[in-house]
Design a protein around this ligand. Structure first.
Ligand code: DGJ
Length: 720
């Protein structure tokens, strides 16, 4: 077996990655972070030499080498990258690299290059395994890694865990990841990066409303603008994990991978398992990290236009009470305020008149829709709107035709079915017939009606998700891949179809599902007070144009709070705008205000959805300032929200960054709808004010006094 060596510097968009794979050893990152200008081969060798660890007392004689896939054979006593065995043997690997390519061309020795893809093939002859490790740096400076392992033996090899890890320096001593729950997704949590493992395991069979989302490590107190920050995201919509691990020698790693259930991944001879992509992003401040992540979706093959259609969703207006006259009236009112896409939510199919029945039978209900969906869809189209339809393809109610006819299609680890959640069970899409059932029913509807958009829901965690037809073996891995396949198949047949990833609100938001879908429903909670926080942190990974953001009713259905339209709309416009409100109970005045807000959004959506996100760390935690800056720095929209009583009135001056320091900008308040509650305007409001970019960032302007739970916007335009 010939062993090869390479040392590679990859550079892109202000990020440098120095990868070292000497003498057949697995690649390790000598540096991941800011640029290393002018680095020569000799300089890279000097870094490698000066990075060699000193043996710590009472440690192995040759200090452990921590590669992207750390191995116990090197003396590493932290988490190994590959855990698995052949029935208890061959559990400790010692891979040797036999082939290295860069963008498909064999590589030896030193390379300094821009973005590209490195591929390492490594073998462990004793364990009879081959590892395929891909490491890439994108044009936008995003590092990705993915590993696959092939069983070269003659008996089965069980993969228990395959994770990859990126090292971060000791200065990155504070962690930030996300948590949450239904209706309160993606809440930040911070802690010191202490010795041990901060492990975020997801066993929900979907990304999860409490997912870690991005595991960050940074210099203490890092904020939106400041601090050196590293962020890692595991892109997988099934069971997965994120971790931050620090060991006694001071080494700190951020890593991730799929979480495999016992015996879930048993490789027969010749079979390969490939794990998910693990993304790594470095930047100064959380905004820089977020923007790099945004670049991933903005560089997606299927680009989203910034002219995202204003959407009306009927869910909170009618729930499952589908009456055609009411829905027609809603369509007319929606079109009247400027809506461009009308979405019919849950309740149109099978026996689904309530939550207890019908899921899984994707056939238009004769009871609720005696003439089919055409009377509604035709009118929606006549009114100039696209039509969208809700599905929950993986789910069944036990009280459904499909569950009655095929009880063995339900995911179940035992002879009894798993505990119900929202009266439903999960269909095993890895069974070809079950998959075909869902696909064919969905295709039939897509062929029968002009459906431009699917809201794809998934309203329960996978619990005890086994394959009954194979003795209850764990089936989350296969289920997740089948879900991706189904999305791909539908999209291939209907290339123009847009799909929203919804899961009890925002429980399926990750970079893998968003390679195949075009929007996420951030949360079932549309209360703008909650959304100020949820949208702010959802944008840590995905750009605003992917975030479903609706103007809800006055009275929030999930929190009971009441808010005026100004707060609801000024919050919602930073996202893919929609309305979710029974417009038949809106007053004429409210409809007029809504019309103005939709018009405002349409006028500015290229900027709102195409610019760079800026979030400010203000001195008062209840004064939120955020906004979007045009890529050419000629314009910006600033949002100011007051979420609770401020310490001082007026609140802290509004400062905003991201514009050209020396250019002069006019700053004008946006006056839409009724006056804000408690509004007291500063003198500059009358004529607006002109400030340089530097003055906006370093001096700022006096904000109005507004009541808690109010928001307003400012338009910023270069005047030169
Ligand atoms: C959960 C979603 O998040 C809601 O918007 C709605 O579609 C319901 N499911 C329907 O059951």
């Amino acid at each position: 077996m010939s062993q090869v060596s390479a040392r590679v510097l990859l550079r892109a968009a202000g990020v440098a990655v120095l990868i070292d794979a000497p003498d057949g050893l697995l690649p390790a990152l000598l540096h991941w972070g800011g640029p290393l200008p002018g680095l020569t081969e000799a300089d890279a060798a000097a870094i490698a030499e000066s990075s060699r660890p000193v043996q710590s007392p009472n440690d192995v004689d040759t200090p452990a080498r921590v590669s992207l896939l750390p191995e116990a054979t090197t003396g590493w006593t932290g988490r190994p990258g590959l855990q698995g065995s052949r029935n208890g043997v061959a559990w400790s690997t010692d891979f040797r690299v036999t082939e290295i390519t860069f963008n498909g061309t064999p590589l030896r020795g030193f390379l300094s290059a821009g973005p590209g893809v490195l591929r390492f093939t490594a073998e462990d002859a004793e364990a009879q395994l081959t590892l395929d490790l891909e490491v890439a740096l994108s044009d936008g400076g995003v590092l990705t890694a993915r590993a696959g392992v092939r069983n070269d033996g003659t008996d089965d090899y069980t993969v228990d865990s395959l994770t990859l890890a990126f090292p971060v320096p000791a200065e990155a001593s504070e962690l930030l990841d996300l948590a949450g729950r239904w209706a309160r997704e993606r809440m930040p949590q911070r802690r010191p990066f202490t010795v041990g493992t901060h492990l975020r395991e997801n066993r929900k069979g979907r990304t999860g409303s409490d997912s870690a989302y991005v595991m960050h490590a940074g210099t203490p107190g890092f904020g939106f603008a400041d601090g050196e920050v590293y962020g890692v995201h595991t892109a997988f919509s099934g069971n997965h994990l994120h971790f931050a691990e620090r060991v006694f020698t001071g080494i700190r790693l951020l890593g991730g991978g799929e979480l495999l259930l016992p015996g879930e991944l048993r490789l027969a001879p010749g079979e390969t398992y490939t794990g998910p992509l693990v993304y790594g992003v470095h930047g100064t401040g959380l905004d820089a990290v977020a923007r790099r992540f945004h670049g991933v979706l903005r560089a997606r093959k299927r680009r989203l236009s910034t002219r995202r259609p204003v959407t009306y969703n009927v869910w909170e207006a009618v729930y499952m009470d589908h009456s055609l006259p009411k829905l027609l009236r809603l369509a007319e009112l929606a079109a009247g305020v400027g809506v461009e896409r009308f979405v019919l939510d849950d309740g149109w199919f099978g026996a689904r008149r309530h939550e207890h029945a019908g899921l899984g039978d994707w056939v238009v209900s004769d009871d609720a829709w005696p003439d089919g969906l055409s009377p509604l869809i035709d009118r929606v189209n006549e009114l100039g709107m696209e039509f969208g339809l809700w599905f929950e393809p993986e789910m069944v109610n036990p009280d459904s035709d499909v569950a009655r006819e095929h009880p063995d299609w339900i995911l179940s680890a035992r002879t009894s079915w798993p505990v119900e959640s929202r009266f439903q069970q999960v269909l095993n899409l890895s069974i070809p017939e079950a998959y075909a059932h869902v696909r064919d029913q969905m295709m039939a509807l897509l062929d029968a009606y002009p459906i431009a958009y699917i809201k794809w829901d998934h309203n329960r965690d996978l619990v005890d998700a086994g394959d009954q037809t194979r003795g209850g073996r764990p089936a989350v891995h296969e289920q997740t891949l089948a879900y991706y396949r189904l999305l791909d198949e539908l999209r291939e047949a209907h290339p123009e179809l847009e799909i929203e990833s919804c899961s009890s609100g925002g429980a399926r938001v990750d970079l893998e599902v968003l390679q195949r879908t075009d929007r996420v429903w951030v949360s079932d909670c549309i209360d703008p007070l909650e959304r100020q926080v949820m949208n702010r942190w959802t944008a840590q990974l995905i750009p605003l144009e992917y975030m479903g953001s609706h103007i809800a009713s006055r009275h929030s259905h999930t929190t009971g709070r009441r808010h005026d339209i100004g707060f609801r709309a000024a919050t919602a416009v930073f996202g893919h705008l929609g309305i979710e409100w029974d417009l038949t109970e809106a007053t004429e005045e409210e409809l007029a205000q809504l019309t103005d807000w939709v018009a405002f959004y349409k006028e500015h959506r290229d900027l709102l959805l195409g610019g760079d996100l800026v979030r400010m760390d203000g001195p008062d935690p209840h004064q939120f300032v955020h906004g979007v800056v045009a890529p050419d720095r000629s314009r910006a929209v600033i949002g100011l929200a007051v979420t609770a009583s401020l310490d001082a009135l007026p609140g802290p001056r509004v400062r905003f960054r991201g514009l050209d320091a020396e250019r002069r900008y006019s700053v004008r308040p946006v006056r839409l709808g009724a006056p804000q509650g408690g509004l007291k305007e500063p003198v500059w409001f009358g004529a607006g004010v002109e400030l340089t970019g530097a003055a906006l960032e370093r001096v700022g302007f006096t904000p109005p006094i507004i009541n808690p739970e109010q928001a307003m916007l400012f338009l910023v335009d270069a005047v030169d």
